[in-house]
Design a protein around this ligand. Structure first.
Ligand SMILES: [Zn+2]
Length: 237
């Protein structure tokens, strides 16, 4: 009971901070997608575990197209629609943010996107389902997913750091923040005076910096905070 009341209180605080924020940056990791039924990315055969060993992802038993965004993804889209979200940084390659309706202009996909190919010459991203191998510019189209040891996409990385620096509220959703340079982004935000919120099951190295910490399921936190924010903004369903 006490835990529940405490959760309620923290959700209210999060909603108030979202309400006051002028430059909200949300940062997502695999944790948000496991709530969509995606395999545990950090499990023994998880995408990330394999990636860290330099192995490609194991083929999934169902197609990526059949995986749907969950209430956590939708809550972030709601923040976009309410004009609150200024930038979304994601470590995920599952396309669920774009599928849920996030504007490509507001999104950095630091590790690429399973459904997209990237032109080696002009950097343009093309849907894999188009079946093309050559870009309009003549460049070769290759997987946009960043393999272990490969550099992160420069433009996405640059934008992510820029928005981290400008942020006054930085919300980590489902990431254990163990991989650099991504773990530097919330630190960059903190240095600029931002409040840091961490919604993640399990510890992160920045827990002692977290102004507000949720160890609960994302789906039990973010949609409720957004609902409360909607009321604060005088918007009603
Ligand atoms: Zn091209």
């Amino acid at each position: 009971m006490a835990m529940k009341e405490d959760l309620e209180k923290r959700i209210h605080t999060l909603a108030e901070w979202l309400y006051e924020s002028r430059h909200l940056v949300v940062f997502t990791g695999a944790g948000i997608s496991t709530e969509s039924g995606l395999p545990d990315f950090r499990g023994p055969e998880g995408i990330w575990t394999r990636r860290d060993k330099g192995l490609p992802p194991k083929p999934m038993s169902r197609s990526w197209d059949s995986v749907e965004p969950n209430s956590g993804h939708i809550a972030i889209v709601d923040l976009q629609e309410m004009g609150k979200l200024k930038f979304l940084i994601s470590q995920n390659v599952d396309n669920l943010h774009l599928k849920s309706g996030i504007s490509p202009d507001l999104l950095a996909e630091l590790h690429g996107n399973m459904t997209k190919l990237r032109c080696t010459r002009c950097g343009k991203k093309v849907d894999r389902s188009d079946g093309r191998t050559i870009c309009g510019c003549g460049g070769k189209l290759v997987s946009s997913v960043v393999d272990f040891g490969e550099p992160l996409p420069e433009k996405d990385l640059g934008l992510s750091f820029e928005h981290s620096r400008r942020s006054d509220l930085f919300v980590v959703v489902g990431s254990s923040l163990v991989v650099t340079p991504v773990s530097d982004m919330p630190l960059e935000a903190l240095r600029s005076g931002a409040k840091l919120v961490i919604i993640n099951r399990g510890e992160t190295p920045l827990d002692h910096h977290g102004s507000l910490r949720f160890n609960e399921k994302i789906g039990d936190v973010l949609p409720r905070a957004v609902k409360r924010l909607r009321r604060l903004m005088g918007l009603f369903e």
